[in-house]
Design a protein around this ligand. Sequence first.
Ligand code: ADP
Ligand code: MG
Length: 287
Amino acid sequence: SVPLSFFGGIGGASRHGILVKGGQYMERLANAETVVFDKTGTLTLGIFKVSAVHPEICSRQELLEFAALAENGSNHPIAVSLRDAFGGELDLKRVQKTEEFAGRGIRAVIDGKNVYVGNSRWMEESGFAWQSCHKVGTTVHVAVDGSYAGHIVISDALKPDALEAVNHLKNMGIRRIAMLTGDNKEMGEHVASQLGIKDVYTQLLPTDKVALVEKMLAQKHGKDTLAFVGDGMNDAPVLARADIGIAMGGMGSDAAIEAADVVLMDDRPSRIADAISIARKTMWIVK
Ligand code: ADP
Ligand code: MG
């Protein structure tokens, strides 16, 4: 049976906007040794703004329109930003088909033409030579009807409490803090260095994230536990695999919230340190 004090801990956490789905997660949170963060939407806002548009074979507006049409069915933060950047009314009758590929991008049929929208991996896999303007950000490439059509650079911003969140965890004695991302090396390392995270892995597919977390789980000692913090639909498998899966409750996808053991109602990563503090105090009362 679950000791009564666990309920006190769960209630205390909930008053801080931290939803803990069961008493066993209190004990695991108290023993957290490793905290692994996903980047986009977890440490960053997940709200991208277009900072450069480089068309190769069409106008700027046409490039944005192809990207926005291809992304019309996606909830990915990148898709939302591309639709916002285009700004105009989208004529969805032009779109015959769209398909999303995790960690890569979109394949669509627009005006009867094949359209590819996504990262450099996606361009390479689809046989397109891509260009880059070397601006720091997430680069979204577009190919239309067998030709490379240009790229769009979008940038995200850190959450206001991201640095505090990482520093607080370090001060509490959390031994390993890591960041995983499907985003490119430059962007991933830029974000990690701003936050003082040295353990950073970039250009990961959802399956790579699971494999890395499994490796880190094998590297810990004794009762120590690993928490993974994520927001996206693709994070559900890692959230389930970690000792403690922590999801963003506001911006997070339904799949992530469902798979998680702990949900942060206000999406603030600094709540993780609060959750661990509450859990440590609860365990102290229980014992
Ligand atoms: P993260 O690991 O940072 O949360 P994701 O795994 O969701 O990021 O995506 C990884 C990368 O895959 C993105 O940075 C982007 O380059 C590409 N990507 C994923 N989904 C899309 C999409 N709908 N449109 C364009 N690019 C995408
Ligand atoms: Mg994400």
